[in-house]
Design a protein around this ligand. Structure first.
Ligand code: SF4
Ligand code: SF4
Length: 452
């Protein structure tokens, strides 16, 4: 195993690690894509042709509770490997191969695509809740149709899978932001790219295509856009130039230079959107919604849900934006720059809140346990006992622990992103960490309302 250490950024690249060898392998990620595609087809079968009782339908429990918990956790732990395995990614590449590579994506796509993806994601969360998609197999399957169309049209019209997978996929906001925390990264070994004129990792050559989302490894600083497909490993002609490596804690925040405003906006609004979504999914929160409807004199759940959802997002944005404004006044730096950087530090808090809300769902009777029972029931088997069901004390402890960890990690991330900047320096720390504390206290009080 060859290990190289670079003093410039203290990055260790293990160029022959198991992970690197796996990503370089010609069967990667195809073999996983086929496995996920089979799983998707099986889930569609379960949705359409097994029981219509939502709690007993494998597809609903698997998609909304199992995958809905495991996928976000995997992204913040190891990055966007789900994107590498995504069947739509596989379909896009196959269409590109069959019908030609298409033209490069125009500038407007690069400019407005990520903002469109952000709006789409926020609207989809609203829609899922508004129609209670978690109880409907039909709507769950229908939700896949626009995603399928976007991937197909993008792959037919433009080069590679960049149009959809890099600009418009509605899962991009969460995939990008969560992967900033990932402990795994792909990186060019410093010095190995010097004098390389082929740039095959980026543009490919006659025999192999380059990065499907248009990344140039030599300059790659962040894992936000990397879908971990390994194509660059296979395309690069320089042996040992690329490595998949384990990264340090909050490594990307330490090196954050050019935060993306759409990522900051999502990090700022996500705690509010998440909290109200999960709170009102719970029967206690749902009961409170009905009381609010009665107080407003409306019988429209849709109207009430829209009001509280938009209200929570605006509140969350106002809190992060307001604290950034105070930091901007104190430091004299432009608000846009302070917001772009400081809002990024809310990502770990969002991750903590998201994972915390999923704990009682995943480890309760209706989570992993129900998915396991439902799966075996399709094949005519039945399980006798519960599967990994944790008691309320344990899941509630996990919730508060994850919320606390999210807050602590966000404050550390804030320290890293502000220390890189000589103008703002630590001045931003006080108001922004106070805002993080307020968000955490508000979410903690929701936990107490739901479970105590
Ligand atoms: S990763 Fe490989 S192909 Fe890309 S610039 Fe470096 S040496 Fe060239
Ligand atoms: S840099 Fe591009 S080609 Fe390499 S793993 Fe990431 S997405 Fe795939």
């Amino acid at each position: 195993m060859s290990v190289q250490t670079h003093e410039s950024d203290k990055v260790r690249v293990e160029s022959s690690s198991l992970l690197t060898r796996t990503m370089r392998h010609r069967l990667f990620p195809g073999i996983f894509q086929w496995a996920v595609l089979l799983m998707l087809l099986f889930t569609a079968y379960a949705a359409l042709f097994t029981t219509a009782i939502p709690e007993q339908n494998f597809a609903l429990v698997f998609v909304w509770i199992f995958w809905g918990t495991v996928a976000p956790i995997s992204i913040w732990l190891i990055g966007r490997y789900w994107c590498a395995m995504c069947p739509f990614h596989m379909l896009g590449k196959a269409l590109n191969k069959l019908f030609g590579p298409g033209k490069p994506v125009p500038r407007w796509v690069r400019r407005y695509g990520p903002w469109t993806a952000l709006v789409l994601f926020v609207v989809i969360v609203w829609f899922e809740h508004a129609v209670n998609i978690f109880q409907s197999t039909t709507l769950t399957l229908i939700l896949l149709v626009p995603v399928l169309l976007g991937a197909v049209i993008g792959a037919l019209a433009f080069r590679n899978i960049e149009f959809w997978c890099h600009h418009f996929c509605p899962l991009l906001p969460i995939a990008r932001n969560y992967s900033t925390m990932a402990f795994v990264g792909v990186r060019a070994v410093e010095g190995m790219c010097e004098g390389c004129s082929v740039k095959a990792c980026y543009r490919g050559d006659q025999s192999i295509s380059g990065c499907p989302v248009g990344l140039y490894l030599r300059n790659l600083e962040s894992m936000q856009d990397c879908i971990a497909c390994g194509q660059c490993f296979r395309a690069c002609p320089t042996s040992g130039a690329l490595g998949a490596r384990f990264r340090g804690f909050l490594d990307e925040f330490k090196r954050l230079r050019l935060p993306r405003l759409e990522g900051s906006a999502f990090a700022a609004l996500w705690p509010g959107a998440l909290a109200i979504h999960y709170f009102t999914l719970n029967s206690v929160g749902d009961g409170m919604m009905k009381n609010w409807m009665a107080s407003l004199g409306t019988s429209s759940y849709l109207l009430m849900w829209t009001l509280v959802y938009v209200g929570a997002i605006v509140l969350s944005l106002a809190l992060v934006g307001g604290s950034s404004a105070i930091a901007s006044i104190l430091s004299g730096e432009k608000l846009k720059a302070v917001f772009a950087r400081c809002a990024y530090a809310f990502i770990p808090l969002g991750v903590g809140i998201h994972t915390a809300f999923n704990m009682p769902r995943f480890f309760g009777m209706q989570g992993l346990n129900r998915a396991s029972h439902n799966l075996l029931a399709i094949f005519g088997y039945s399980l006798q006992g519960p599967v990994l069901v944790l008691g309320p004390e344990v899941t509630h402890f996990l919730m508060f622990a994850l919320l606390g960890l999210g807050l602590l990690t966000s404050v550390i991330a804030l320290y890293y992103v502000t220390r890189n900047n000589s103008v703002t320096g630590r001045i931003s720390m006080a108001p922004v960490s106070l805002a993080m504390g307020v968000v955490s206290a508000a979410v903690g009080s929701l936990f107490v309302t739901l479970y105590y």
